[in-house]
Design a protein around this ligand. Structure first.
Ligand code: AMP
Length: 279
C-alpha cells in the first residue's frame, strides 16, 4: 500500500495511473477504522482498479471541540487494517496540507442541511461539504463510497455532486452492525462497558418502531415510548424521526420509502443510527 501525506505526489501518482486507464475508487474516512469502513473498502475493490482511502479528522465538521479532541486516532492500527484488507493507497494529510488558510467559502446546504444532524450540529454539513469537495478535487475518483450510517450526509454529498457537477459516481453501502445490532462507529471505542450495553437502546427503538408501524401504531406514540425507553436506560435521546428517504422531509405517516433516524448521547458520546422502514 502506498501512503501519501501530501497532495502533489498523490496527484502525480494519479496522472501516472491514468495513463494506463486505471479507475479509482475512493473511501473517505476519519480513521479509527472498523468493519463498516472495511465494507466500503471491499465494495471499492470489487468495482475499481485502485482503491484509495483517506484518513483525515476534519476539524471544520466538528461543532464540539471536546468531540474533536477526543476523536480516536489509532493510525498505526488503521494502516495495518488497510494493508491486510488490500487497500492500494492511503492519503492521510496533516491538517495544514488541507487547510492552509481559514477557508472563506461556505456551503449552505439548504433545507436538507438544516434538519436532524444539521439542526443539532450547526455548521457540521458546511464542514462536510467543504472537505468532500476538497477531497474530490484532490483525489479525482471515478467512484466514491459512503455508508448509509450517515444517511443525511450521503444525501448531501449526492446534492453536492449534482449541483457542482463532480464527475464521480456515488455508492451508499449498508450499515455494518455488531452482533447485538449496535451500528459500528469509531466513537463506540469511547464507551465504557456499562455504556456499551446501554448504547443498544437506539437500535432497540428503531426495531420497535419498525414492528409497531406495521401494526398501525401512530409514530408520535412510538416516539413517546422510545423517549421513555431511553430515559429508563440512562440514554439521552436527541431526535427520533420518520422521513422520506429521498427528500428527508419529516413524515408523520409511513410510506414504503420511509427511513427512521435516531440520534442521542450515551454519556458524552454522541451516536446516530437509522433503518429503512422495510429493511
Ligand atoms: P467516518 O470515519 O465516521 O467519517 O466514516 C467514514 C465512512 O464510513 C462514512 O461514509 C460512513 O458513513 C461510513 N461508515 C461509518 N460507520 C459505518 C457502518 N457501521 N457501516 C457502514 N458504513 C459506515
Amino acid at each position: 500500500m502506498q501512503i501519501f501525506t501530501q497532495i502533489d505526489p498523490l496527484r502525480a501518482y494519479w496522472s501516472q495511473q491514468k495513463t494506463t486507464g486505471k479507475s479509482f475508487g475512493f473511501v473517505p474516512t476519519m480513521g479509527a477504522l472498523h468493519e463498516g469502513h472495511l465494507s466500503l473498502i471491499r465494495s471499492s475493490e470489487a468495482e475499481c482498479d485502485i482503491t484509495i482511502c483517506s484518513i483525515f479528522v476534519n476539524p471544520t465538521q466538528f461543532n464540539n471541540p471536546t468531540d474533536l479532541a477526543k476523536y480516536p486516532r489509532p493510525i498505526e492500527n488503521d494502516i495495518a487494517l488497510l494493508r491486510s484488507n488490500g487497500c492500494d493507497v492511503l492519503f492521510c494529510p496533516p491538517e495544514e496540507e488541507i487547510y492552509q488558510d481559514n477557508p472563506q467559502i461556505h456551503f449552505d446546504v439548504g433545507t436538507l442541511g438544516n434538519s436532524l444532524e444539521g439542526f443539532y450540529r450547526p455548521g457540521h454539513f458546511n464542514g462536510v461539504a467543504l472537505i468532500v469537495a476538497k477531497l474530490f478535487n484532490i483525489v479525482r475518483p471515478d467512484r466514491a463510497y459512503f455508508g448509509q450510517k450517515d444517511y443525511q450526509q450521503f444525501l448531501i454529498v449526492n446534492r453536492l455532486v449534482r449541483d457542482l457537477n463532480f464527475n464521480v459516481l456515488l455508492r451508499c453501502i449498508p450499515i455494518q452492525r455488531e452482533p447485538d445490532g449496535l451500528a459500528m462507529s469509531s466513537r463506540n471505542s469511547r464507551l465504557s462497558d456499562d455504556q456499551r450495553k446501554k448504547a443498544i437502546a437506539f437500535f432497540h427503538c428503531l426495531k420497535m418502531a419498525q414492528s409497531k408501524l406495521k401494526t398501525g401504531t401512530a409514530f408520535h406514540q412510538i416516539r413517546e415510548e422510545a423517549r421513555q425507553y431511553c430515559r429508563s436506560h440512562s440514554v439521552k435521546l436527541e431526535y427520533f424521526e420518520m422521513a422520506d428517504a429521498t427528500s428527508l422531509a419529516i413524515q408523520e405517516n409511513p410510506s414504503p420509502n420511509t427511513i427512521l433516524l435516531i440520534a442521542g448521547y450515551v454519556g458524552e458520546v454522541r451516536l446516530i443510527d437509522n433503518v429503512m422502514i422495510n429493511e
